[in-house]
Design a protein. Structure first.
Length: 454
């Protein structure tokens, strides 16, 4: 549900109407254009110095911090306290992106309320953020999206994962009240990391990195967690995030010090590629002396950098290459392409999601048959049916047990489709793999298990 637009029922409409008006007026009748737009929830709304549109003295310092790095003459912050991805998606679909002149960069920070308030899974939260990204790119041609990921947050591991009763700052989370008589011990526990949501946050952010890596420069990711953590990563710095959720004014400055260079780099970077495929070659064909790709990719800083070697699409028929590269770039699933004409049908290309979701680096994937993902729990009859389909050049649909590099069991809802050349000969197969940890499906409600099986 995180990727389906959802209209809120509480007091949000006045602020939404303000954002729509500001978007329409930007760059008209002598008003300055919006060159950098921040989209998100209460963290973003604090950049305006408000909560639900009401000004608070506590938030005034955060607005000043925002204006130090992103002056109002060229930046806007459209955030509403408590928003989930689906709420933000509704907003951007209903007027908040009605700019005459699209912003150069949209900074997106959303998803923490999906995890902390709704207990959404990391997968659903990622898909919600991805839906917002795609809507932005569709409605604002030429705009780049900078993903901040989900920021580190409380409560501490071992605490109930509740949020405060109000979408603002509070001294402690509901359910996180400690029985420690020693105030110093209680203080340390409040800010300790990892927190209850740290594993989900890490999963979402890894998926966002993969999304950015495959976007051809339209999307970038910047790592922000270190700005809020102690050097050893074992605690949130209290002066930067007093309620272990919302950055303080000082925390905002630390965050913006990371974001500003990334925003500037994106604004000055060459125009994004339309897809992973570049002209006469596919991304990954240029290899340096270390065997790594030298093709340009927007890094976490926003600058062109060397990305992971995904392999090559060059051997695929030009008639399907461009469409295929777009699918690989934007799919949320693990995708790989195998050469059906070579011995043992080796993988010749894989998207970043494949590496992230299986745990295997490119060097351990490219040139190998997909069977390395199989294990003791893989059904032999399903494998036999899959091989027969490949041998006969037919499409295959099925579920089988695969394994992450760390040994975790993964249920793979697999679709394998043949790719043909101009003569109709099958030259490659593309595998679309929807991977989910087996335990997460076992623990899920029956309705979800049914939908996941379809």
């Amino acid at each position: 549900h995180a990727g389906i637009p959802e209209r809120r029922v509480d007091m949000w409409e006045a602020l939404h109407a303000t954002f729509c008006r500001e978007a329409k007026e930007a760059g008209t009748q002598g008003r300055p254009r919006c060159r950098t737009l921040f989209l998100g929830d209460s963290i973003t709304e604090a950049c305006r110095g408000t909560q639900f549109g009401e000004y608070y003295d506590e938030l005034a310092a955060r607005r000043r911090a925002f204006e130090e790095f992103f002056p109002l003459k060229e930046a806007r912050a459209f955030g509403i306290s408590g928003d989930r991805t689906q709420n933000l998606l509704y907003r951007v679909c209903n007027g908040e992106l009605s700019f005459r002149h699209p912003p150069s960069v949209v900074v997106l920070c959303v998803g923490t309320n999906n995890l902390g308030r709704d207990n959404d899974s990391a997968e659903d939260t990622f898909l919600g953020i991805r839906a917002v990204v795609l809507e932005i790119l569709q409605r604002l041609p030429g705009t780049r999206v900078l993903l901040t990921g989900i920021l580190p947050r409380g409560p501490a591991a071992g605490s109930p994962p509740q949020m405060p009763p109000v979408p603002f700052e509070s001294d402690a989370y509901v359910g996180q009240q400690t029985t420690h008589a020693d105030p110093e011990t209680a203080h340390k526990r409040k800010y300790s990391q990892p927190g209850v949501h740290t594993p989900a946050i890490a999963t979402v952010n890894e998926r966002l990195k993969a999304l950015a890596g495959g976007s051809g420069g339209s999307v970038s990711y910047v790592e922000c967690a270190a700005a809020f953590l102690t050097p050893d990563g074992t605690a949130i710095r209290p002066e930067l995030m007093r309620d272990v959720l919302h950055p303080s004014a000082e925390g905002m400055r630390a965050w913006f010090a990371v974001l500003k260079p990334a925003v500037d780099a994106l604004r000055n970077a060459p125009a994004p590629r339309d897809s992973w495929y570049e002209g006469a070659r596919a991304l990954g064909d240029a290899i340096d002396s270390n065997g790594s790709s030298t093709s340009g990719m927007v890094s976490s800083s926003g600058a062109a950098s060397t990305g992971p070697h995904n392999g090559s699409l060059e051997s695929i028929s030009p008639g399907v290459r461009l469409a295929l590269s777009r699918l690989i770039a934007w799919s949320p699933h693990a995708l790989c392409v195998a050469d059906a004409t070579a011995k043992d049908q080796p993988i010749v290309f894989a998207n970043d999601n494949f590496f992230v979701q299986t745990g295997y680096p490119p060097a351990e994937v490219l040139g190998r048959n997909c069977r390395f993902l199989q294990g003791v729990g893989t059904d032999k009859d399903t494998v036999r049916a899959m091989r027969e389909a490949v041998s006969n050049g037919r499409e295959f649909h099925g579920r089988l047990m695969n394994y992450h590099k760390n040994g975790t069991s993964l249920v793979n809802s697999l679709v394998m489709s043949p790719l043909r050349d101009e003569r109709g000969v099958v030259t490659h197969f593309i595998g679309i793999q929807r991977l989910a940890p087996a335990k997460s499906l076992d623990d899920a409600p029956a309705e979800y298990q049914f939908r996941a099986a379809l």
